[in-house]
Design a protein around this ligand. Structure first.
Ligand code: NAD
Length: 420
């Protein structure tokens, strides 16, 4: 049986490059464990009168290249193992997109849909109170992830600023533009994923984007923005899904041909993409197994596993979510000749524009959306081709190529700084 433990999977990925990576074994050993793991207890009196104690985490994996950086996730399945894995992936991601950050991740084990807006705000503020000394613009900078959004980040900034007695916008990224957020941050991860799809389609499928069909799993921040930019690039979206279920277009053309904003508005109004007019409801499994050129998992970990990897019909998988493919599924996809652009590269546009936001905050500056998007485009394509070139030169898959490059960059910083 394969492991679905995310940290075991992150360690298995790291183990897969031992024969290629050239780093001191001492640093390899250090990189296997996060440097700090903070667990906090968050008792909260809900508006309905009940008191419930939630558990919050902040895990700091490595800061050799700069302050710790990573999102905060609210989900009922958040565990220490998951947060540890995500913190390690953040270290690799910051290194691969080449920004001066390390890796961290946070989360609260909570089903946010069951809480009122008011409860969520107070839970977020309690969490900030509990980890106040662990975060800060030069220490560790949180950002949005699953079920957290710009509003959550505004609460984090406000609570941290209240504790410090002055405004500290650079403590968190992904804020609304009105309180120091960057233009283009909210859509940045999806924009970066779409850039990776475009380049990989050119390279591996040798097709024009107008002739490419795509299935996207997950219709939140990353999934919606990925679908939006892919549609703008001319790609044909044939299947979409969210936690409620999947949707396949039933119009004669076989793909979603309405304006993206109309699709999103209707899905938001009805509560799920699977209920919008003119779609056939399908299961999430069917979305993953769609007959499409490209599959973009944009929801959760462990979606492509030993059980379903052999049924994947796409020629290209671009990982918008973190850790959607288990190590065993990875091997199956490779055996089937399916090309894969790994998460630490494909979804790094989010942390990249988070870095731009942090720089703007520290300089009390505000860039135009055009300036942000041009820098995003330049950095994403550069990172994509660095990973691709390394994979071709060493005849390895892009996941291992990205990991080797990242680990070598982090280990070089550890060595130069004299870590022992
Ligand atoms: P989100 O909360 O905005 O959206 C998540 C989406 O996934 C929702 O549409 C939800 O309905 C759907 N979903 C949940 N469970 C599902 C299931 N079992 N099957 C199908 N769909 C399901 O979260 P997000 O910010 O879009 O994050 C999605 C993924 O992208 C996560 O893996 C996250 O770690 C990763 N990521 C996010 C960012 C970012 O900037 N937000 C950056 C890098 C990576």
């Amino acid at each position: 049986m394969e492991s679905e433990d995310p940290f075991n999977n992150a360690l298995a990925q790291l183990a897969s490059i031992t024969d290629i990576v050239s780093i001191d074994p001492e640093y390899y050993e250090m990189l296997k464990s996060p440097r700090r793991e903070v667990i906090v207890s968050l008792p909260l009196k809900l508006v309905n009168g009940d008191t419930v104690t939630y558990t919050g985490y902040r895990v700091q994996h490595n800061n050799a290249r700069g302050p710790y950086k990573g999102g905060i996730r609210y989900h009922q399945n958040v565990t220490l193992s998951e947060v540890k894995a995500l913190s390690m992936w953040m270290t690799w991601k910051s290194a691969i997109i080449d920004i001066p950050f390390g890796g961290a991740k946070g989360g609260i084990t909570v089903e946010p849909k069951k809480l009122s807006h008011d409860d969520l705000e107070r839970l977020t503020r309690k969490y900030v109170d509990a980890i106040e000394r662990d975060i800060g613009p030069e220490i560790d900078i949180p950002a949005p992830d699953l079920n957290t959004n710009p509003q959550t980040m505004a609460w984090i900034m406000n609570e941290y600023s209240r504790l410090k007695g002055h405004n500290v916008p650079a403590v968190v990224t992904g804020k609304p533009v009105e309180v120091g957020g960057s233009e283009g941050r909210n859509a940045a991860t999806g924009r970066g994923v779409a850039i990776c799809v475009r380049e990989a389609v050119k390279k591996f499928l040798k097709k024009d984007m107008k002739d490419v069909t795509v299935a996207v799993q997950g219709f939140g921040n990353v999934g919606t923005n990925t679908a939006r930019y892919l549609m703008e690039m001319g790609a044909k979206i044939v299947a979409l899904s969210d936690v409620v279920g999947g949707a396949r277009s039933v119009n004669p053309k076989g793909y979603f041909d309405q304006k993206f904003d109309d699709l999103l508005a209707e899905s938001n109004k009805i509560g799920s993409i699977s209920n919008v007019k003119g779609v056939e409801q399908i299961s999430n499994e069917e979305v993953l197994e769609s007959e499409a050129d490209v599959l973009v998992p944009s929801a959760l970990e462990n979606q492509l596993t030993e059980q379903n990897a052999h049924k994947i019909r796409a020629s290209l998988v671009v990982e918008a979510a973190n850790g959607p493919t288990t190590p065993m599924a990875d091997k199956t996809l490779q055996r089937k000749g399916i090309r894969l652009v790994p998460d630490i590269l494909a979804n790094s546009g989010g942390v990249l524009v988070s870095y731009f936001e942090w720089v703007q905050n520290l300089n009390r500056d505000h860039w135009t959306e055009k300036a942000v998007n041009e820098r995003l485009e330049a950095k994403m394509t550069k990172a994509f081709y660095e990973v691709l070139d390394y994979s071709e030169k060493h005849n390895i898959d892009m996941r291992r190529a990205a990991l080797v490059l990242a680990v070598e960059r982090v280990a070089a910083a550890m060595k130069l700084s004299g870590w022992h």
